[in-house]
Design a protein around this ligand. Structure first.
Ligand code: SAH
Length: 477
C-alpha cells in the first residue's frame, strides 16, 4: 500500500479524535468522517511505518449508525467530528474510549472496569448546549464581510452564523455586527496584512438568568460609532453587557488583555445547581458565578451541573472534611464542595481566575474556601512541607496533559481518604490513576460525562479511595 492508492475499506474501529479506522493488508488506516460499520472507498494520503491516513472518497455502504447531520458544514468545520453518527452511538464511542484507555494505559482489568463503571451521562438535547461562542469575522472571495468559523485546521472562514451547538440569538447578534460594519465601513481584521478592525465576536449566555454578553474583539483602542452599535444590540432581549476587547497583536489568541465596557455590566451572572437522583433533579439554591469576557467558565452548563454533582457525590462529604481542589479555575467545583466540607483550598495557575474565585465565594457568602495562585505541583508540596497538614479529600481537574508527577506524589503523602479525578483526557487520566493505584489507592468508581456532543471529546469523573490493609480484598476471577 502506498500514497495515492485507492482502496475499499471496512471501518471497524474509531480513533481518539472520532476518526474511522479500517485495516488494509493488516495495516490500520485512519479515515476522517468514516464510522464503524461503513464500507468506504478511500485514497491513501500518507503512510507511516505501522499505520496510515486516508481520505474518504465515497461511502459505498453506510453504517446503520449513521444519521443525517443537522448541520451542512459538519465535515468542513473543525468542531463536530462525529455529528453524522447517531447520538446514542456517539455515547457508546466515548464510553469505549475511556474504557480502552483505562485498560491499555492504566492497566485496569476488564472485570474491575465492568464492575465499577457507571453509565455515561449523556445530554437530553445534544444541540444548542453551548453558552459561549467566538466567531471570527473576515471577508469572502467577493469581498463581503462574513462571520463564521474556521474550516478545520485552517484560517479560512466558512460563513455560518448559526452554529447548531450554540443558541439562535447568536445569529441575530452577528447580523447586527455585520450590518453595523457595512454601514460604517468598518473593515474586518486581515491576518495576512494585520490591518482592519474587527477580529472576533464573542457571546456568552447565562442559561439560568437569560443574560447575554457581547464582546467585540478589535485591532484598535476604540470602536468608531460605538453608540450606534450599542443601541442596535440593546434592541435584543436579555443583553446585559456590551464590551470591546483590544487585541493588536499578531496572534492566534483570540482575546487581548484589555476589555472596555461600552454599555451595561462588566459581567453576566449564571447559577450552577446541585443535581441529584436518576432524573438529575435540581436541589437547593444554585451557586452564583459572575462571568466576564475573559473568565474561564464551562461551556455546557447543563452537563456541568451533572458533572460537578457526580464529583461532589464521589467526594462523599459530611461537613468535617479538609478538602483541596486543584486546578480550580474560577472555583466552580471548590464552591460546590465548600457547602458540604469544613474547609476547601483551591489552587489555580491563572491569577485572574483566582480573583474571580474569591469574588464568587464572596457573593455566595462562602467563607470556608481559600484560594492560591500558582502551579498545583508547587503550591501543594510547599504547603505540605510548611504545615504537614493532611487532607481528607483531594479533587483534581487538570488540563489535557494531566497532573504533574510532583503533584501526584504530594497527594499520596497527604493521605486523603478519597481522590476525585475530573479529566478531559482519559489517556492522561489512565496514566495518573495508575500512578496512584501503585501507591496505596484503589479505583472505586468511574463515570464519563458528555460535555461536548458531536465532538470526539469526553469528560470523566473517577473516585479513588485509600487502601487500608484490613480491608476486604476482592479476588478477581
Ligand atoms: N475546575 C475548573 C477548571 C478546570 S480547567 C472548572 O471546572 O471550571 C483546568 C484549569 O487548570 C485551568 O483553569 C488552567 O488554567 C489550570 N491549570 C493549568 N495548569 C495548571 C497547574 N500546573 N497548576 C494549577 N492550575 C493549572
Amino acid at each position: 500500500m502506498k500514497k495515492n492508492d485507492i482502496i475499499t475499506l471496512r471501518i471497524e474501529d474509531m480513533g481518539v479524535h472520532g476518526e474511522g479506522i479500517g485495516k488494509a493488508d493488516n495495516i490500520p488506516l485512519f479515515v476522517k468522517d468514516a464510522f464503524i460499520g461503513d464500507l468506504v472507498s478511500v485514497k491513501v494520503m500518507k503512510m507511516k511505518k505501522n499505520y496510515g491516513y486516508a481520505k474518504l472518497l465515497e461511502i459505498l455502504k453506510p453504517s446503520k449508525d449513521r444519521v443525517t447531520p443537522k448541520c451542512e458544514f459538519h465535515r468542513t468545520c473543525g468542531g463536530c467530528q462525529i455529528q453524522a453518527l447517531s447520538y446514542e452511538k456517539q455515547l457508546e464511542y466515548k464510553e469505549r474510549k475511556v474504557r480502552n484507555n483505562l485498560k491499555r494505559i492504566g492497566g485496569f482489568s476488564e472485570t474491575l472496569l465492568e464492575r465499577i463503571t457507571e453509565p455515561i451521562i449523556g445530554m437530553e438535547e445534544p444541540y444548542h448546549y453551548r453558552n459561549k461562542a467566538q466567531f471570527p469575522i473576515g471577508k469572502d472571495r467577493e469581498g463581503n464581510i462574513v462571520a463564521g468559523f474556521y474550516a478545520g485546521r485552517t484560517h479560512t472562514i466558512i460563513p455560518n452564523r448559526n452554529c447548531l451547538l450554540g443558541l439562535p440569538l447568536n445569529e441575530k447578534i452577528l447580523d447586527i455586527v455585520l450590518n453595523f460594519m457595512e454601514k460604517y465601513h468598518i473593515e474586518p481584521y486581515d491576518e495576512q496584512t494585520q490591518t482592519g478592525v474587527v477580529r472576533h465576536v464573542l457571546t456568552r449566555y447565562g442559561f439560568t438568568t437569560e443574560e447575554w454578553m457581547v464582546c467585540l474583539i478589535i485591532n484598535q483602542r476604540e470602536l468608531p460609532y460605538a453608540d450606534s452599535f450599542v443601541s442596535e444590540l440593546c434592541k435584543l432581549e436579555g443583553i446585559k453587557s456590551i464590551s470591546i476587547n483590544i487585541n493588536m497583536e499578531n496572534t492566534n489568541v483570540i482575546l487581548g488583555k484589555e476589555t472596555k465596557i461600552l454599555w451595561g455590566s462588566s459581567y453576566i451572572t449564571d447559577y450552577i445547581h446541585l443535581r441529584t437522583g436518576e432524573d438529575w433533579n435540581v436541589e437547593g439554591d444554585g451557586i452564583a458565578y459572575q462571568i466576564s469576557p475573559q473568565s474561564f467558565y464551562q461551556v455546557n452548563p447543563i452537563q456541568t451541573e451533572k458533572l460537578y454533582s457526580t464529583a461532589l457525590a464521589y467526594a462523599g462529604l459530611t461537613g468535617k472534611e479538609r478538602v483541596w481542589d486543584l486546578y480550580c479555575g474560577i472555583g466552580t467545583i471548590s464552591l460546590f464542595l465548600a457547602r458540604k466540607a469544613k474547609k476547601v483550598s483551591g489552587v489555580e495557575i491563572v491569577p485572574q481566575a483566582i480573583a474571580d474565585a474569591k469574588n464568587n465565594a464572596k457573593i455566595n457568602g462562602i467563607t470556608n474556601a481559600e484560594f492560591y495562585v500558582g502551579k498545583a505541583e508547587e503550591v501543594l508540596p510547599e504547603h505540605y512541607k510548611k504545615t504537614g497538614e493532611k487532607a481528607d479529600v483531594i479533587v483534581v481537574d487538570p488540563p489535557r496533559k494531566g497532573c504533574d508527577e510532583k503533584c501526584l506524589e504530594t497527594i499520596v503523602r497527604m493521605e486523603p481518604e478519597r481522590v476525585v479525578y475530573v479529566s478531559c483526557d482519559s489517556a492522561t487520566l489512565a496514566r495518573d490513576l495508575k500512578y496512584l493505584c501503585e501507591r496505596g489507592y484503589q479505583l472505586e468508581r468511574v463515570r464519563a460525562c458528555d460535555m461536548f456532543g458531536h465532538s470526539g471529546h469526553v469528560e470523566t469523573v473517577s473516585l479513588l479511595s485509600k487502601f487500608h490493609a484490613d480491608q476486604h480484598i476482592e479476588v478477581e476471577l
